[in-house]
Design a binder for this molecule. Structure first.
Ligand code: AP5
Length: 218
């Protein structure tokens, strides 16, 4: 099973992807997490991606596609299903993902469109806190850690993502509308699109998502 998550910043893609991975044996490929990891490791890719991410722009397709190819190739032997969180984000990336899956005699099973208002997303992102070690995300109101601003798993202080500044969030949203939203038509035409109202609480969103997954389970 190959599941694609599409949605603007702060809609809850990462939260739901983590919940799926806890429930099912799945590989999660989050291009945002992989890029942040490259920046932390000070790799050549990280150095090239950093400026784009800080400005809220997309990292060039070729860099992201290489990253995804590498991750799929290194995990393919597991035979697990995949969740692509935040990839593809352009038509070019979607076509490359099709080619990659076709070369493995596979195809996308479902593309999930998470949708909700911009102002609520900004509230979610300004209250988001992240563990700098395991990258688990929390929210100061909606998904609190057990102890004040400390990761439940790693027991270290949570941090705020540098691109969760309001002006960068608005830029990321505008990039979503211009470059990523056309993917909805791309998948709708192939009857692969499922839309979820992501404005509800975390568990309600997950129950919708789980229902879609159950339907496509072989
Ligand atoms: P990325 O890390 O993918 O960021 P994003 O898509 O902007 O999405 P976010 O991680 O901000 O939000 P989310 O939808 O995952 O929400 P979350 O679950 O955390 O990408 C960052 C950058 O990397 C991009 O700007 C770009 O530069 C680059 N990049 C990445 N992929 C790329 C690609 N394919 N091509 C080119 N460039 C790429 O939830 C947000 C908050 O809300 C959390 O605090 C959470 O606890 C809370 N929350 C979640 N769900 C709920 C709910 N239902 N109710 C209440 N609170 C909730």
């Amino acid at each position: 099973m190959f599941i694609v998550f599409i949605g603007p910043p702060g809609v809850g893609k990462g939260t739901q992807a983590n919940m799926l991975v806890e429930k099912y044996p799945m590989v999660k490929i989050s291009t945002g997490d992989l890029l942040r990891e490259s920046i932390r490791d000070k790799s050549v890719l990280g150095e090239r991606a950093k400026g784009f991410m800080e400005r809220g722009e997309l990292v060039p397709d070729a860099l992201v596609i290489d990253l995804v190819n590498e991750k799929v190739n290194s995990t393919a032997a597991s035979g697990k299903s995949y969740i692509f969180d935040g990839f593809p984000r352009t038509i070019e990336q979607a076509k490359e993902l099709d080619n990659l899956l076709e070369s493995r005699s596979s195809k996308i099973s479902v593309a999930v469109d998470f949708s909700m208002d911009e102002e609520e997303r900004i509230e979610r992102l300004s209250g988001r806190r992240m563990c700098p070690s395991c990258q688990r995300t929390y929210h100061i109101k909606f998904a609190k850690p057990k102890n004040d601003l400390t990761c439940d798993a790693c027991n270290i202080p949570l941090v705020q993502r540098s691109d969760d500044d309001e002006s960068v969030i608005r830029q990321r949203s505008s990039v979503y509308w211009d470059l990523t939203r056309p993917l909805l038509d791309f998948y709708r035409k192939r009857n692969l699109l499922q839309t979820i109202d992501a404005s509800r609480n975390i568990d309600l969103v997950f129950s919708d998502l789980d229902r879609f997954i159950q339907k496509i389970k072989p």
